[in-house]
Design a protein around this ligand. Structure first.
Ligand SMILES: *Cc1c(COP(=O)(O)O)cnc(C)c1O
Ligand SMILES: [Zn+2]
Length: 434
């Protein structure tokens, strides 16, 4: 049954049923299982639970599917048969994100006491706008096209705003995105440079998100595709490609342990969903794996609930340098708790000082410069190895979701020139560098 409210109806495709999103067969409620037709809706009409994309996945010929994927393009569209996108998606104007490097991090492993060859960093700073958000925006863009939207919007902690701005520019959409007005300079510039409208809101991310929910219900926001609100079910599916790539890059094998940062929690839940799909499709062997969630101490509502043994995530007021993860009321928090508990993982948090240390540790050992979110993830990984929660003899993947060039402010106070000298050898020797 197709259900659409007037407040969320799309301008042209609403109710026509003529939506081609490949293997996506509908939307289903994560709480009560009620099914809905594909549309720009995100909450269940029966129980208000969040909706997710349901599929008719290509089961039955895992070898054929694996070959098809391996012969596909070196971006997320190699997985098009498993995503809510039309079959000809690769020919449409988009940023073709994904297929980022899986870095075998032996120097880092040595410092952390992990066995050589067992530690990998999935480096998603290599995406077109230098964060994993290009993956989710690429899916939301296809949904927006299918539903007839021409304006893309979002509430963002920074990276999403840039990813939406860039994707809209490339696809010929208008964009108007919303961020907290106190974000890092690098995030603001990255979001503004693509030429769309960028609106700073006096408040934190949770205030921005609440404003966007109001805007959706108002004529002022009519006809707008909010990638992480009314297009959220499609948006979320983009994060599955991280799981697909990690497993394929490990030789179609599920890693034993994965450490993932948590903002809204969407990415963590979809990486689990992606692994479950690969198992169901027969593309990887079904084996146990543990998922670990990472938060900053200054915004740790999920970690706090995990440690207290609670199912309810109590909202917090964020205060941390990890602004991309500063969501005090994470929509997917309870699902994250479920997954980390079910798989035998954990949720942990680190201080701002530990975040900075971890950023420098990754740069110093592997030549990878991560943003504050990556500092959170690696800092938590280190803490969990030290606590014995992560087994150093098993395969571990740490997900680096963003680029350090966007959060220079975090490391600037503790980095700089070794010396400033006059341009002659005496001066060089005097500085003790010879
Ligand atoms: C958005 C973001 C995340 C996590 O996002 P979720 O809302 O949990 O999916 C992680 N790292 C970076 C750098 C981000 O921008
Ligand atoms: Zn429901």
């Amino acid at each position: 049954m197709a259900v659409q409210t007037s407040a969320t109806a799309a301008p042209s495709a609403a109710g026509t049923g003529a939506v081609d999103l490949g293997p996506a067969s509908g939307l289903s409620c994560r709480e009560c299982g009620e099914r809905f037709a594909l549309g720009p809706i995100f909450a269940c009409e029966v129980c208000f639970g969040p909706l997710e994309v349901a599929y008719d996945l290509p089961t039955g010929d895992p070898e054929g599917l694996r070959k098809r994927i391996e012969n596909g393009p070196e971006n997320i569209w190699r997985y098009a048969p498993l995503l809510p996108v039309p079959a000809d998606v690769a020919s449409k104007p988009n940023l073709n994100p994904g297929w980022t490097k899986l870095v075998q991090a032996d120097n880092l492993a040595r410092e952390l006491g992990i066995e050589p060859g067992k530690l990998h960093v999935k480096d998603d700073s290599g995406n077109p706008t230098h964060s994993f958000k290009d993956r989710v925006v690429a899916q939301a863009l296809e949904a927006a096209r299918a539903f007839g939207y021409t304006t893309l919007s979002c509430s963002s902690t920074g990276n999403l705003a840039g990813a939406v701005g860039a994707a809209a520019a490339r696809a010929g959409f208008r964009s108007c995105v919303f961020i907290p007005s106190d974000l890092e300079q690098g995030k603001v510039v990255m979001a503004a440079v693509y030429g769309g409208e960028l609106v700073g809101i006096e408040g934190n991310y949770d205030d921005v998100n609440r404003f966007c929910s109001e805007l959706i219900g108002d004529p002022a926001g009519e006809g707008w595709g909010f990638v992480n609100v009314n297009l959220r079910p499609y948006y979320g599916e983009g994060s599955k490609t991280l799981a697909y790539e990690i497993c394929e890059q490990l030789g179609w094998r599920i890693p034993d342990q994965i450490v993932i940062p948590i903002a809204s929690g969407s990415q963590l839940t979809k990486i689990d969903k992606g692994i479950q799909e690969l198992i169901r499709l027969g593309l990887v062997e079904d084996r146990p794996y543990k998922i670990f969630g990472a938060q900053a101490e200054g915004c740790s509502p999920v970690s706090a609930a995990f440690k207290a043994g609670q199912d309810v995530v109590r909202p917090q007021k964020p205060d941390t340098i990890a602004k991309s993860l500063a969501i005090g009321n994470p929509a997917d928090g309870p699902y994250v708790l479920d997954i980390c508990r079910r798989t035998g993982g954990a949720v942990e948090d680190v201080t701002d000082a530990e975040i900075v240390d971890a950023i420098k540790l990754l740069a110093r050992t592997e030549g990878v410069f991560t943003e504050t979110a990556g500092g959170v993830t690696l800092g938590v990984a280190k803490k969990l190895v030290e606590a014995g929660a992560i087994d150093p003899s098993l395969t571990t993947v740490v997900v680096n979701t963003g680029d350090g060039l966007k959060t220079l402010d975090a490391v600037e106070p503790t980095t700089g020139m070794t010396a400033v000298i006059r341009p002659n050898l005496d001066s060089f020797r005097e500085a003790g560098l010879a």
